[in-house]
Each structure stands twice: as structure tokens, then as C-alpha cells.
Design a protein around this ligand. Structure first.
Ligand SMILES: NC(=O)c1ccc[n+]([C@@H]2O[C@H](COP(=O)([O-])OP(=O)(O)OC[C@H]3O[C@@H](n4cnc5c(N)ncnc54)[C@H](OP(=O)(O)O)[C@@H]3O)[C@@H](O)[C@H]2O)c1
Length: 271
């Protein structure tokens, strides 16, 4: 479905680059199908030099080329950027926004024209094709639009279509989540170091342990508590470790982290 389509990425920052890199490396898009715009000329040169992707510092220039407009700018500047491009868009174009907190209603209102708009919430593991992207579609979209968005984001990992009411929670969980997990990985690796393991060995052991545990949850469909019980032998070592985690309030802390990140996502759309 994307073969003949042109995609313009507005905002060539971290996420813009992650997505472009992966669209190209998986063969989902050819460089001729991509355009990028950014405030910084240096970023445009960077994309042209490293990926052969053409671009401009003028958002309206790249919007004119596009079948799909991918908004990868910060939520705080969303209304200004949209105000700058709305005269250049038409209802045959599909707009996909990855901005945290900016609702479909706000996006549709800012564009004025009744454009098909989709919200996508990816995360940084998209960089290695292990991302999680949740999609929600606005009023003027049809099945083909959603299919196109799914195809695009399937190249960077898993996709799921949900109602928009879940988006702040999704942002707090799967979009912010990698940072929470990195902190857990870092802390567990320190645990290995405390017990005498070299740091690189410790980090490798933790990363593979997290990968294995995540795959067990995803692939066996067993409740994490049951999987945890399988590791925990009576009067063994694991139960002593778990006791320390409970004492330190790990569960409550992680629940609060997701809740707080989701609260901030809601707030961002209003700034
Ligand atoms: N990072 C994540 O894990 C993640 C996950 C899911 C969704 N998101 C969403 O992805 C979006 C982008 O995040 P990011 O981390 O990639 O941000 P970023 O690195 O700041 O990228 C945005 C880029 O757009 C540029 N820019 C600023 N004003 C512009 C304008 N008027 N026209 C065109 N480009 C402009 C920025 O330049 P300056 O740096 O000079 O401002 C920057 O290069 C955000 O809305 C965020 O909510 C992020």
C-alpha cells in the first residue's frame, strides 16, 4: 500500500530520525519516497548526506510533496507548525501525528479542513525494529488510512489500534516505559557489580534476562505472577530478593511512574 506513496516527516529530531532510518533499512520505503523538514539546516544536510533523503527548512515545501504527513515535532509547537502548513494541505493527504498529548480533536481543529488524521504513539526501540506503536484514528479516516499507518509502523515493531481515550496511559506506559526499564537494567547491573561481576558481564546478563523474561510474558501468555512463581523455590534465593523489592516499594514505584508520566502526557497537550 505504501509503494507509490510519498511521506514527509516534519521534525527531523530523535524520533524522526529513528523512523526514517528504519523505514529505509527494512525496505518499507525508498529514499525517493521520503522528505524531511526541520528548523535546522544542519539536520537537512545530515539526512541528505547520510540517507539520501531530501528535505527543507520550509515545512510547506515538503508538505506539498506528501501523500502522508508525519508530524514528529514537540507538542508545545504543534499549533504554530500546523498553522504554518494548513494552507498547503489537502483532504487527499493523510496526517499522522506522533506527538504526546495532542488529541485528534485538537489536530483536526488546527487543520480546519476535515483531513484524515491518525495519532500514533511509538517508542524508541523502534530503532531496532522492536518498537510498540499504538494507533488511533480520527473521524475522516477510513480502513485504508489505518492500513497505511499500520504498514508504516509495522516496519519498526508491533502495532495495536486502540481508542484514543487510552492514549495518555499508552504514553506513560509504552512510550516512556523504555526509560523506566533502562533504569531497572542499570540498577540490576549495579547489583551484579556489587556481587563482584565485571560491569560489562553484569550488563549483558541483565539485558538477556530482561529480553528472556519479556519474551516469556509475550509468547507464553502466562500471567507474570505465575512466571515469577516458577522462579521462586521455597526457602530459595529468589524469595529473599523479592522480599527486598517489596520492602523497597518497587511495584508501587513503577505504578506511580506510569501514572505520573500519563498525567504529564495529558498536561502536554494543553501547553
Ligand atoms: N522520544 C520518545 O521516546 C518519543 C516517543 C513517542 C513519541 N514521541 C513524540 O515525538 C515527538 C518528537 O520527539 P523527539 O524526541 O524526536 O523530539 P526532538 O528530538 O526535539 O525532534 C523535533 C525536531 O523538530 C525540530 N523543530 C523545532 N521546531 C520546528 C519547526 N517549526 N519545524 C520543523 N522542525 C522543527 C526540532 O528542533 P529543536 O531541537 O531546535 O527544537 C527537532 O530537531 C514529540 O512530540 C514526542 O512527544 C517521542
Amino acid at each position: 500500500m505504501l509503494k507509490e506513496k510519498k511521506i514527509s516527516v516534519i521534525g527531523g529530531g530523535k524520533m524522526g530520525e529513528t523512523l526514517i532510518t528504519r523505514f529505509l533499512s527494512t525496505g518499507t520505503l525508498k529514499k525517493e519516497q521520503l522528505f524531511v523538514s526541520d528548523k535546522h539546516e544542519s539536520r537537512i544536510t545530515y539526512f541528505e548526506k547520510n540517507f539520501g533523503v531530501k528535505g527543507s527548512t520550509d515545512n510547506t515545501e515538503v508538505v506539498k510533496e506528501a501523500d502522508i504527513i508525519l508530524l514528529c515535532i514537540k507538542p508545545q509547537i504543534a499549533s504554530d507548525v500546523i498553522a504554518g502548513i494548513r494552507e498547503s494541505v489537502n483532504p487527499d493527504q493523510l496526517v499522522i501525528s506522533i506527538m504526546a498529548g495532542v488529541t485528534l480533536k485538537q489536530l483536526q481543529k488546527s487543520f480546519v479542513l476535515p483531513l484524515p488524521v491518525i495519532r500514533a504513539m511509538p517508542n524508541t526501540p523502534c530503532e531496532i525494529g522492536a518498537g510498540m506503536t499504538v494507533l488511533a484514528s480520527g473521524n475522516a479516516t477510513n480502513g485504508k488510512h489505518i492500513q497505511r499507518a499500520e504498514e508504516l509502523f509495522s516496519s519498526v515493531g508491533k502495532t495495536m489500534v486502540l481508542e484514543e481515550k487510552h492514549f495518555d496511559a499508552v504514553t506513560g506506559l509504552s512510550a516512556s516505559g523504555p526509560a523506566f526499564i533502562y533504569m531497572v537494567i542499570e540498577a540490576l547491573a549495579e547489583g551484579g557489580v556489587k556481587c563482584g561481576l565485571p560491569r560489562d558481564v553484569s550488563t549483558t546478563l541483565v539485558a538477556q534476562t530482561c529480553l528472556g523474561a519479556a519474551r516469556m510474558v509475550a509468547e507464553t501468555n502466562q500471567h507474570p505472577a505465575i512466571l515469577k512463581d516458577h522462579v521462586t523455590t521455597p526457602a530459595g534465593c529468589t524469595i529473599d530478593g523479592l522480599l527486598k523489592l517489596e520492602e523497597g516499594g518497587l511495584r508501587v514505584t513503577l505504578i506511580k511512574a506510569v501514572d505520573e508520566a500519563a498525567r504529564r502526557a495529558k498536561e502536554l497537550g494543553k501547553e
